[in-house]
Design a protein around this ligand. Sequence first.
Ligand code: XMP
Length: 513
Amino acid sequence: MTQSIAVLDFGSQYTQVIARRIRELNVYSKIYHYSTPVTKLREDGVCGIILSGGPNSVMAENAPHPDKALFDMGIPVLGICYGLQLMGYLLPGGEVGHSAQREYGHGVLHINKPSPLLQGIRDGIRVWNSHGDRMENAPDGFEAVASTENSGFAVIQNLEKQFYGIQFHPEVFHSEQGIDLIRNYLYGICGCTGEWTMAHYVDESVAKIRDQVGDKKVILGLSGGVDSSVAAALIHKAIGDQLYCVFVDNGLCRLNEAESVNKLFHDNFHMNLTIARAEDRFLNALNGVTDPEQKRKIIGHTFIKVFDEEVEKIGEVDFLAQGTLYPDVIESVSIDGNPASLIKSHHNVGGLPEDMKLKLLEPLRELFKDEVRALGTELGLPKSVVWRQPFPGPGLGVRVMGEITKERLDILRKADALLIEEMKACDLYYKVWQSFAVFLPVRTVGVMGDERTYDFVIALRIVESTDAMTADWARVPHEILGRISNRIINEVKGVNRVVLDISSKPPSTIEWE
Ligand code: XMP
């Protein structure tokens, strides 16, 4: 069994960051709902527990509390912020009080005593705080080993039981040496040995996939995006020709998309790959449709029909592979401490055909996005795939405003390809979140040579973001924007004007439809 650390989630916005930091240190970690019973943690063989931060006061009515028996498991426990206060509230002798003022921002850490948690940590480092309550008294058997101006209990420990508490947030990068503190906990206290590497993950999942699939067939909708590409490469490594990939060419793809998918996965990786040419079906179904949600529905339904037909042709298939990621399956904790947990919904390629009666194979379910990229690199996928920008399922269908026609799609495809080419040439493509062109069904007047033109407008949308929830327009240097605009107007017939979108999200969205 892989060594693992349980992160109990009390609703902090940083819970996923804690889990990711641990994995970056080559130790597997999993996020658990705060109420997870100790029997489950024992069953999973966790070798250490971290109690996350949280927005509540530990003393509030309905405040989320863990199964107290975790303090009797005989394994190390680290409480971070709310987690430290939980120790103060739940363990005998401890005391927590409301502080007059919420401590938010930087503090300076003074180390008062040696501690396994503070090995190699410098006195006077800046640490990041965000808490309302404060510990007034450490529980019996604990001692304070470090303090900040506002708290005598910035770091506490009970060496006999191997319980530790940190009032600040070591997981955020504003905390100096935060990663070293976490490393000390994992390696110095929990006895981890750093088993979690991508090479190890590949070996483990290959064995698991072989075991799960046996001699059956697996179908996978390959979109050419990061997740489905990495899933395909991993499953193919495990079961080779038992994997059947289908790329649906819906006519809403970027320039030469089907060709490059074919080249990489069929020619290079030698996978079973069908390119389902369905442009006409999609465009016929979309004929005259202008409403964005209607477009999405039609594209989704048509995808399922086309995909279904391809599955029929392959014959008996048992598994449907999907590139579901870990953040899609983590149960989220509601802020008011209500134990009824919410399962996040997630969209998958075109929507899951429910009546297909296929078993699901989701080999990326345990991975964060950055780990999926590391895995893709480990499996030999090129940078252009592993670091590809996100692309919406309905493709250019939601980037041609209003009615979709082949002529408009062709114009957009060319403009978009030029934009991508220039963004790559100036080394900005991989630095921004998304950069794409949008077709506006508006004709404006221009002059080319001696002639008057009356052509369409292309908008450039280039944004920076870390999770697509919020975004800002990227400040791309004017010379680069000028070059992109010139090339589009000169090289794409039908366009005589290029405009730049300078809206942030919110209140705008990244896509235009
Ligand atoms: P918005 O436009 O909502 O986009 O700010 C946020 C992120 O989601 C992508 N997006 C979609 N992805 N199907 C998808 O699979 C869709 O219908 C869809 N709409 C938007 C968008 O590209 C951005 O990354």
